[in-house]
Design a protein around this ligand. Structure first.
Ligand code: NOJ
Length: 683
């Protein structure tokens, strides 16, 4: 057997010199089932010793044989000539606790198969393929040990494929395009996907729901997915500025390549597979990380009523910051974000021209006085570090910038990397000059995590805008509290186009599968710059606080607008941002969603429901409630409500007494929603 494989390996290496060989039959080298037995993953060695995998669910093909392997620029490909040296099965079942999150407790139950594969020719290189199969999906990664036969790996690309067996519909955003992750979600047949980012959501003809993504993206290039043929997608690594996409020295593991598998859209959302494939908390006690809500000197600038830059319209003045702090203190809002506080906003601030200074404030902003005022009022100041994509400039100041924040009691920093794809500025090796690169490249990925790790040293949580996609690293570094990574509310101020009526409902079962999103909901005025009308009813803005999870959740509108809408604002004041548990009560990808979450600090439950442009009545079973009666405070669309006209402000706020056995019937207007607070009634 060994000598036959050896022969095949030799054939692979000498392939260009040898006439085509008859195809050998696929050989199964390992197989593993999920704990419930429904999902089975099999690893194959195909003709010429090439690796492949396939998956079945309920004994039906789910993923057809799909390639595995890595392409190198400095050595023979890790493709072909493989034989199995050893395999190990194991099972793991634990429940771990999140310091903050959608759920306090997370069960991590999987079966694992580790295959040690060897390429005897040319030099006896080893590669371990590690697979974990859960009831709700699978993950696998490549692990390369330290080995003389491959001291350095320059990886130009991966051969990892996902060949989906059944015809499927896909929801996806393009990759490698100018706006990075900030595109409307497209819905196409899977066969029409081009180059996609992840998570990529699929629904097969028979109703199986799938999400392709990656977990634990550390010191590696982000994975895009490219259509190869039919319904087959192949990994494509985000490019680097200098040749191979990934450079590795010694032993390394790749991120996990993941496929969540569920019977429904709800099952996709409720999966914890991505978090489970990340390493446990490395920071220990993170009681210094504070989930909460914040307002900010922010929307006003997106409306072009005030400016980030200096001048008569400058938004971040000492006086304005005090007004926001007063409003936060009076309304029980934990934080105030101030953008445009520092030097660097004048002139062109993107890319190599960025002159941001994270240590010095504009002359009309007294940083020390504002920080002291916030502290005296019991309000957290939220720092802002816009980099304009100039990573090199930011890294040079990182240490001092975070030290300053810690000294001032700034416990959360919102960072930003506004620049077009491929135009971030990274420091050259040796320290002089910069070069262009993708934020999703290996060096971009390294930077984001480095910033989070540095911030942790100063007890600072980070909310990254224009980030690399979320792959669950909040489990390992729980101070990575939130991020953007999709089209946010800001597009409703100035976007061309603004967010479509189905945008947020698309996000629930696509972007939100990755992790928290600082979407910045709560624009009760329903108006962007120059009178643009949001594609939303007022009730939907409230519902987003429950649907679009973020532990730091902005009340995005101006304080003047909140003063205009006190009744609706009450829900924003009440809704928590940290949850004991979460449950999808109803949902279809891209159409509607209703999610219920229990407050981590009380027995209250909250529910948010939204629809696309179609009015719907959702019949929602309240089985998630504990026994006993609850008072439901309901914020729902009025009878006339419609996002297309002035009735988008029609909102009914009413109370009902409900209990677990009830069905709550909620009518959602076109572009509408509903938000509900359930409080136990004490007899
Ligand atoms: C884009 C961010 O998403 C937004 O929140 C911020 O206000 C601007 N960049 C300026 O930093």
């Amino acid at each position: 057997m060994r000598s036959l494989k050896h022969m095949l390996a030799l054939v692979a290496v000498l392939a260009p010199l040898i006439a085509a060989q008859p195809a050998a039959a696929d050989e199964t080298v390992g197989s593993i089932a999920s704990p419930d037995g429904r999902l089975v993953v099999t690893v194959l060695i195909q003709a010429e010793g090439r690796l492949a995998w396939r998956a079945e669910r309920d004994a039906k093909p789910l993923v057809k044989p799909s390639r595995l392997g890595l392409l190198l620029t400095n050595a023979h490909q890790l493709d072909g000539g493989f034989e199995l040296a050893e395999s190990q099965h194991s099972e793991h079942d634990e429940t771990w606790e999140q310091p903050w999150g959608e759920n306090r407790l997370v069960r991590n139950h999987y079966r694992e198969l580790a295959l040690d594969l060897v390429q005897p020719v040319p030099s006896g290189r080893h590669l371990t393929l590690r697979l974990r199969v859960f009831d709700d999906g699978l993950g696998f990664r490549y692990e390369l040990p330290e080995q003389a036969a491959l001291p350095i790996a320059r990886i130009s690309d991966e051969l990892t494929e996902f060949d989906i067996a059944e015809p499927a519909t896909a929801w996806w955003v393009p990759a490698g395009e100018r706006l990075v992750l900030e595109y409307p979600v497209q819905r196409t047949p899977l066969a029409e996907v081009g180059l996609a980012n992840t998570p990529l959501t699929l629904r097969t003809q028979s109703g199986v729901h799938l999400a392709l993504h990656e977990a634990a993206l550390v010191d590696y290039a982000a994975m895009w997915l490219r259509k190869v043929q039919g319904q087959k997608l192949r990994a494509q690594l985000a490019p680097s500025a200098s040749g191979a996409a990934v450079y590795k020295h010694g032993a390394f593991t790749t991120p996990w390549r993941t496929l969540v598998v569920a019977d429904s859209a709800a099952g996709l959302y409720e999966s914890n597979l991505t978090l489970n494939l990340n390493e446990p908390n490395q920071l220990g006690d993170v009681s210094w990380v504070h989930p909460g809500k914040f307002i900010g000197i922010w929307w006003d600038m997106h409306l072009q009523h005030s400016t980030w830059s200096s001048g008569p319209q400058h938004g971040a003045t000492t006086a304005n910051a005090r007004r926001y702090i007063d409003f936060a203190a009076a309304n029980g809002i934990q934080g105030v974000l101030v953008e445009g506080w520092n030097i660097g906003w004048d002139g062109h601030w993107v890319g190599s021209e960025s002159a941001f200074d994270y240590l010095h404030a504009m002359p009309d902003f007294d940083l020390d006085a504002v920080a002291a005022y916030a502290k005296a009022k019991g309000v957290q100041l939220i720092g802002h570090h816009e980099t304009g994509g100039n990573v090199a400039r930011y890294e040079a100041q990182l240490d001092a910038a975070y030290a300053l924040c810690e000294r001032l009691g700034i416990g959360t920093v919102k960072s930003g990397y506004v620049t077009d794809a491929g135009t971030a500025q990274f420091a050259n090796a040796g320290g002089t000059g910069t070069h262009f690169g993708f934020t999703e490249s290996q060096e971009g990925v390294r930077h984001y995590l480095h910033a989070v790790q540095e911030a942790a040293r100063y007890h600072i949580a980070v909310d990254t805008h224009e980030p690399v996609k979320d792959t669950g690293l909040r489990r390992t570094w729980p101070n990575w509290i939130s991020r953007e990574g999709a089209r946010g509310q800001e597009y409703n101020a100035w976007g061309d186009p603004i967010n479509a009526v189905d945008h947020e409902v698309n996000l629930v079962f696509t972007r939100m599968l990755a992790g928290p999103f600082d979407y910045t909901p709560g624009v009760l005025s329903l108006e962007g710059a120059n009178g643009r009308k949001l594609n939303s009813t007022q009730a939907k803005q409230l519902a987003l606080y429950v649907l679009i999870y973020s532990p730091v959740e902005m009340a995005a509108d101006t304080i003047e607008n909140y003063a205009r809408w006190p009744a609706s604002f009450q829900f924003i004041k009440d809704v928590p941002t940290d949850w004991e548990r979460s449950k999808v009560v109803a949902g279809e990808v891209g159409a509607y969603a209703a999610i219920a979450r229990q407050d981590r600090r009380s027995a209250d439950w909250y529910l948010g429901a939204i629809t696309d442009g179609t009015a719907r009545t959702l019949e929602l079973p309240l089985g998630f409630l504990a026994s006993g009666r609850y008072r439901a405070e309901i914020y729902r669309d009025g009878e006339q409500a419609d996002y297309r006209n002035e009735h988008r402000f029609d909102i009914v706020i009413e109370q009902r007494i409900v209990q677990a056995g009830d069905i709550l019937s909620l009518r959602l207007a076109p572009g509408g929603g509903a938000a509900v607070r359930f409080t136990p009634v004490r007899n």
